[in-house]
Write a protein that binds this ligand. Sequence first.
Ligand SMILES: Cc1cc2nc3c(=O)[nH]c(=O)nc-3n(C[C@H](O)[C@H](O)[C@H](O)COP(=O)(O)O)c2cc1C
Length: 175
Amino acid sequence: MADPYHNIISLRAVRHFDPAPIPDNILRHILQAGRWTGSAKNTQPWHFVVVRERGTLDALAGCGRYASHLRAAPLAVAIVTASTRFWDTFDAGRAAQSMMLTAWAEGIGSCIAGLDAACARPVLGVPDDHHLQLAISFGYPQANAPHTIEGRPLDEVLAGLGRVPFDEIVHWERW
Ligand SMILES: Cc1cc2nc3c(=O)[nH]c(=O)nc-3n(C[C@H](O)[C@H](O)[C@H](O)COP(=O)(O)O)c2cc1C
């Protein structure tokens, strides 16, 4: 298992999965990592909907423009928030990263899928006073997977590969 720093900097989006299921004890750790994430005033503005049924995963995959990785994943966790206010979605992002890093420490890859709420809400039965904006696919990475998103090369879709240089984004004392 990688040390925390290397676990963080080696976490990359995995969109092509081996069909092997995620063991229940590891799934439990992933969810506990989300649950124990800190949040503004400890409001914990999230619910996690665990999806393993193939038909439901396929239905969710149809709810996002770049969500087809859900079709190959053995597991997804949808994050439902109490509101779409900045701090609630910020907290949800922190919980997502906690779960993804916990999975990665076990060799399990993941990728976020942005979802159209009107499409995804009825699929998961999310109540009207809660918000559903994304789900996370989890699964063991497929060997020799193509570097594609929706069948297209990554660099055709994404803003860029890798990361912006350190000195371009780090400011010392003042911008
Ligand atoms: C808020 C958010 C929404 C995202 N939505 C999608 C998505 O709908 N489909 C997808 O394939 N990846 C999605 N991603 C994953 C990003 O494309 C990925 O984090 C980014 O390209 C960096 O990938 P890398 O860590 O492999 O370099 C999303 C990521 C975030 C943070």
